[in-house]
Design a protein around this ligand. Structure first.
Ligand SMILES: [Zn+2]
Length: 563
C-alpha cells in the first residue's frame, strides 16, 4: 500500500515537471546570466533574463518551442531588433537585442523596411505567415538597441494579457544547477520620522551580517526608537559563470507576524515604473550588491507587494523587543534567512521646525512656478507626500537660467512637464531652443515642444535642467568610403554621425532610391550592407545621406562609388 502511494506521488511530480520542461534553451552555449527577472532597475522591473554570450555577438538563437512569429520590432533604442513568438501553450517568447534576423524572418522584415521605407518597423505577422518549429534558428545574438554589452534578453509572456512571467519557471535546467542561496550582506535601518520623510532625506544605520550555519544574523541587537524601515544589501548567484543577480521573493516577519512580502511572479508593463518606489534612498549598485527595501510608500501599488502591515514600517516602542525574521528566495527556490532583535530605546529626537515649503500631495496634481520655469506633476506622479523645493539661478557661463527641480533622490512613478517661458526670446531662435537635463558636466536633450509663449519637455526625473540653443547641423563622417572611389571588395558602407542633441531622422539613397541604413546611437554608426540584389555589381553609383537632429538642423553628404 505504502509503495503505491509513493509511486503515485512520483508520477504526479514528474508530470508537473514535464510540463514546465517543454521549452528548449534559446542558446547552445552554457547558461550564464547577467540579469534575472524582476530586478529593480531605474524606471522598470527587469522583464526577462539576460543571458550572457561570452562578451561577443554572433551566436545562433533558437525558438524555444513551436509557434508563429507574432511580432517583429526594429528600433535603434529599447530592445533593438526583437522577435516575439506565440506558442500553442498560451505563452509568448521574446528575444531581444538581436544582431540580425535569419531566414524567412530576415526577408520578411527587410521587405517591410523597404516598403515603409524605414529602419524602424513594428510588424504583426498573421499566424500562417511565419511559422516556426522548436529549435529553428530565428536570429543571431547581438547588442542592438539600448543594450550595455552583447547578451540575449529572453522574456516569457502570457499571450492574452502580455503579462510578463519569470523565465526560470520554464527552464528546469537553470534551476537544477542553481545550488547557491542568496547572500545577505548588510542590514540598513532607516529612521522614518515625518520631516526627513517629507524632505526625502532619510538617514540610516548599516549593520554587517554574520553567518551562523546556513543563516545570517547580527552580532548584537539593533537599538532603535520610533518608526523604522528596513532594507538589505544582498546578491544571488545562479551559477559560477553568472554575474550577481536579484531575488524573486523577500518576506519579513515581526514577532512571528508577516508584515511585508515582495514577490515577482508576474507583472504588467503598466506597473513597471513602481520599481522606482524601491529606488532612490539606497545605492542599488553599491560594490556589486543589490538592495531590496522591506517597506513601501502609499503610492507603490505594485502587485508583487503583499501582506503589508503599516507599509512595512515598524513603530518601535521604548523597552519593547521585536524579533525580526527576514527570508529571501532566489529564482530557483534557494533561500536565506536573517534573524535579529530590535530593542526599543528612548527617543532622543528633537522637535524640528517645519520649513516653509509647499506640501505636494502624492494623490493630487501639483504645479509650481519660478521666474521663467513651471512644473506640472500629474496626480500619482509622486510615491508619497513631499515638501517640494524648486529654485532658479543664472550662472555666467550659461545662456539661460538653470532650474533645480526638487531632488534627484526623489523618484517618480509618472513623468512631469517642465515649461520655459519664451516671451523674451528673439523670434529667429524660437525653433532652436530646447530643454536639457544637466548630468554632471554634460547635457542631454529632453524636449523642445512649442507651447503658448513657452517650450515644454516631458521629464522622467527630478534634478537640474536648463535651456540650450542648437543651430548646428549633425556631422556626417565617412568611415570606409573615400569620395569617388572603387570599393568592390567592401560589403558595407558606414558613417559616423555626431550631434549635440541627437539624430532624429537618417535616410540614405543609392542612385536616387532609398536604401536601408541601420542606425545605432550607442556607437554613432550609420551602416548599409551592400546587397547585389538591390545594388548592381560592376558599375558606378550615386550615394546621398540626409540626416536631421532634434531641432531639425539638416545635413547632407553626397558622393559616387564604384562597386
Ligand atoms: Zn534584459
Amino acid at each position: 500500500m505504502r509503495f503505491y502511494r509513493v509511486a503515485i506521488l512520483l508520477l504526479i511530480s514528474t508530470a508537473s515537471v514535464a510540463q514546465t520542461q517543454s521549452f528548449r534553451l534559446p542558446l547552445e552555449i552554457p547558461p550564464a546570466f547577467s540579469g534575472t527577472f524582476g530586478e529593480i532597475r531605474s524606471d522598470h522591473f527587469h522583464s526577462g533574463v539576460d543571458l550572457r554570450t561570452m562578451g561577443k555577438v554572433g551566436f545562433n538563437v533558437f525558438a524555444i518551442e513551436k509557434g508563429f512569429v507574432s511580432r517583429i520590432k526594429v528600433s535603434p533604442v529599447g530592445f533593438g531588433k526583437a522577435i516575439y513568438i506565440d506558442h500553442p501553450n498560451g505563452k509568448t517568447s521574446v528575444y531581444a537585442h538581436l544582431d540580425r534576423f535569419t531566414g524567412k524572418i530576415a526577408e520578411y522584415a527587410e521587405n517591410a523596411q523597404y516598403q515603409k521605407p524605414s529602419f524602424e518597423i513594428e510588424l504583426f505577422p498573421n499566424p500562417g505567415e511565419l511559422p516556426v518549429n522548436k529549435g529553428d534558428i530565428i536570429a543571431i545574438s547581438g547588442n542592438s538597441g539600448s543594450s550595455g554589452g552583447p547578451h540575449l534578453h529572453l522574456e516569457i509572456r502570457e499571450t492574452v494579457s502580455q503579462h510578463i512571467l519569470d523565465p526560470f519557471e520554464f527552464f528546469n535546467e537553470w534551476r537544477q544547477t542553481d545550488i547557491y542561496p542568496p547572500v545577505i550582506n548588510r542590514l540598513l535601518v532607516f529612521e522614518i520620522d515625518s520631516l526627513s520623510y517629507l524632505l526625502n532625506s532619510l538617514t540610516y544605520k548599516a549593520y554587517e551580517t554574520i553567518k551562523r550555519g546556513s543563516d545570517f544574523t547580527l552580532p548584537f541587537p539593533v537599538n532603535a526608537s520610533g518608526k523604522v524601515g528596513l532594507a538589505l544589501y544582498y546578491y544571488d548567484t545562479v551559477n559560477p559563470n553568472s554575474f550577481r543577480a536579484g531575488i524573486k521573493k523577500a518576506e519579513m516577519k515581526i514577532n512571528g507576524i508577516k508584515t511585508f512580502t515582495f514577490q515577482v511572479d508576474k507583472f504588467s508593463f503598466l506597473e513597471t515604473r513602481y520599481a522606482n518606489g524601491f529606488n532612490g534612498i539606497t545605492d542599488n549598485g553599491w560594490s556589486g550588491y543589490k538592495a531590496i527595501r522591506l517597506w513601501t510608500y502609499p503610492n507603490n501599488k505594485f502587485s508583487g507587494i503583499t501582506h503589508v502591515i503599516d507599509h512595512g514600517i515598524i513603530d518601535v516602542a521604548k523597552d519593547s523587543t521585536y524579533i525580526v525574521d527576514i527570508r529571501v528566495w532566489d529564482h530557483s527556490g534557494n533561500s536565506s534567512k536573517l534573524t535579529f532583535k530590535i530593542l526599543g530605546v528612548e527617543n532622543k529626537a528633537i522637535a524640528e521646525r517645519m520649513p516653509n515649503l509647499p506640501l505636494f500631495k502624492w494623490n493630487a496634481e501639483n504645479t509650481y512656478k519660478t521666474r521663467s520655469y513651471m512644473v506640472r506633476l500629474p496626480e500619482n506622479a509622486l510615491f508619497h507626500d513631499i515638501l517640494f523645493q524648486m529654485s532658479e539661478s543664472q550662472p555666467d557661463n550659461f545662456p539661460y537660467p538653470i532650474v533645480t527641480v526638487h531632488n534627484s533622490k526623489t523618484k517618480l512613478f509618472k513623468k512631469f512637464t517642465l515649461e520655459y517661458n519664451t516671451s523674451n526670446i528673439a523670434e529667429n531662435l524660437l525653433g532652436k531652443l530646447y530643454i536639457a537635463k544637466i548630468n554632471g558636466k554634460g547635457f542631454t536633450y529632453v524636449g523642445s515642444e512649442p507651447a503658448k509663449n513657452s517650450i515644454k519637455a516631458i521629464c522622467n526625473s527630478f534634478g537640474k535642467y536648463t535651456v540650450m540653443i542648437d543651430t548646428i547641423a549633425p556631422s556626417i563622417i565617412a568611415q570606409n568610403l573615400i569620395p569617388n572611389a572603387k570599393i568592390t571588395s567592401q560589403s558595407s558602407i558606414s558613417f559616423k554621425l555626431i550631434d549635440n542633441t541627437g539624430i532624429k531622422t537618417y535616410n540614405g539613397y543609392i542612385d536616387g532610391k532609398w536604401v536601408l541604413f541601420e542606425w545605432d546611437p550607442k556607437t554613432g554608426i550609420l551602416l548599409h550592407n551592400l546587397n547585389p540584389k538591390r545594388t548592381k555589381r560592376g558599375q558606378w553609383h550615386s550615394l546621398k545621406i540626409v540626416v536631421t537632429d532634434m531641432l531639425n538642423n539638416n545635413s547632407e553628404y553626397s558622393t559616387k562609388f564604384y562597386w
